[in-house]
Write a protein that binds this ligand. Structure first.
Ligand SMILES: NC(=O)c1ccc[n+]([C@@H]2O[C@H](COP(=O)([O-])OP(=O)(O)OC[C@H]3O[C@@H](n4cnc5c(N)ncnc54)[C@H](O)[C@@H]3O)[C@@H](O)[C@H]2O)c1
Length: 244
């Protein structure tokens, strides 16, 4: 029996990278999954338990549409994995209001609005799970990451409040903080062998992370295995940040 047998889940950013691996892993463990990504994104999956929804999560009406679709399709909702995100790298002085606001809107605000909309259904579930993909850049930073680091640190703070307020209803809320993972987001950098090798070498485990490494952590948090874990920011970085 799968570890998510009978559960229903939403995974955002499911067309690519961590989200795609998570949607597929959740489905292979018995969940019915609503895979959400931008309209036009590749949301074709082989697994019949995965339904696709093309929806920009940062649109005003996006969160309500996503939750309504999941509840209509599945009759309830147990797991919300807020994973979709964007990055950008510009020095502080060159970071426009628009660029800053866009990362906050997608990485932070949309996750808040989707989660808020999901609360009644997660409470009803009795085994509700909120999961967020933050980043090691929630705790650290790098040149050019002023908006990204702010958005991901915000995700961790927000996640803790959901955990505190919803715990009495059996709902857990946690964030995963990935390190350097080979996905669409990092493809432009890691296509260069020297850059990929540099990041692999920095990690204690001497390799880049793969989407499945993060999906397995999400599965742990989504399943009964993670039932007493809440309010945590879980680094999944292969030991990348053990030394500076
Ligand atoms: N790759 C890494 O090294 C790394 C490290 C730390 C954190 N993360 C985080 O992991 C998460 C997943 O990213 P990934 O690395 O798999 O990258 P990715 O680019 O492969 O996947 C991100 C997905 O999110 C979708 N998305 C972006 N904006 C959206 C919107 N407004 N509405 C709907 N979908 C939207 C994209 O279309 C894409 O399919 C992100 O939150 C990212 O910040 C990634």
């Amino acid at each position: 029996m799968g570890r998510l047998e009978g559960r229903t889940a939403i995974v955002t950013g499911a067309a690519s990278g961590i989200g795609r691996a998570s949607a597929e892993l959740f489905a292979s463990e018995g969940a019915r999954v609503l895979a959400v990504d931008r309209p036009g994104a590749d949301l074709a999956f082989e697994h019949i338990a995965i339904e696709a929804l093309g929806q920009d999560i940062s649109e005003d009406a996006g969160p309500a549409a996503i939750i309504a679709r999941a509840v209509a399709a599945f009759g309830g909702l147990d797991i919300v994995y807020n994973n979709a995100g964007v990055s950008g790298s510009t020095p502080v002085g060159d970071t426009s209001d628009e660029a800053f606001d866009r990362q906050i809107a997608i990485n932070l605000r949309a996750g808040f609005r989707i989660s808020r909309e999901a609360v009644p259904h997660l409470v009803k579930s009795g085994v509700g799970r909120l999961i967020f993909t933050a980043s090691i850049m929630a705790r650290h930073t790098d040149n050019g990451l002023v908006a990204y680091s702010a958005s991901k640190a915000g995700v961790v703070g927000m996640m803790r409040t959901f955990a505190l307020e919803l715990g009495r209803h059996g709902v857990t809320s946690n964030a995963i903080l990935p390190g350097a993972i080979a996905t669409g987001m990092t493809a432009a950098s890691f296509v260069r062998d020297d850059i990929a090798a540099l990041w692999a070498k920095k990690a204690a485990l001497k390799r880049l992370g793969q989407p499945i490494d993060i999906a397995r952590a999400a599965l742990f948090l989504a399943s009964d295995d993670g039932g007493f874990v809440t309010g945590q920011a879980l680094g999944v970085d292969g030991g990348l940040m053990l030394r500076v």
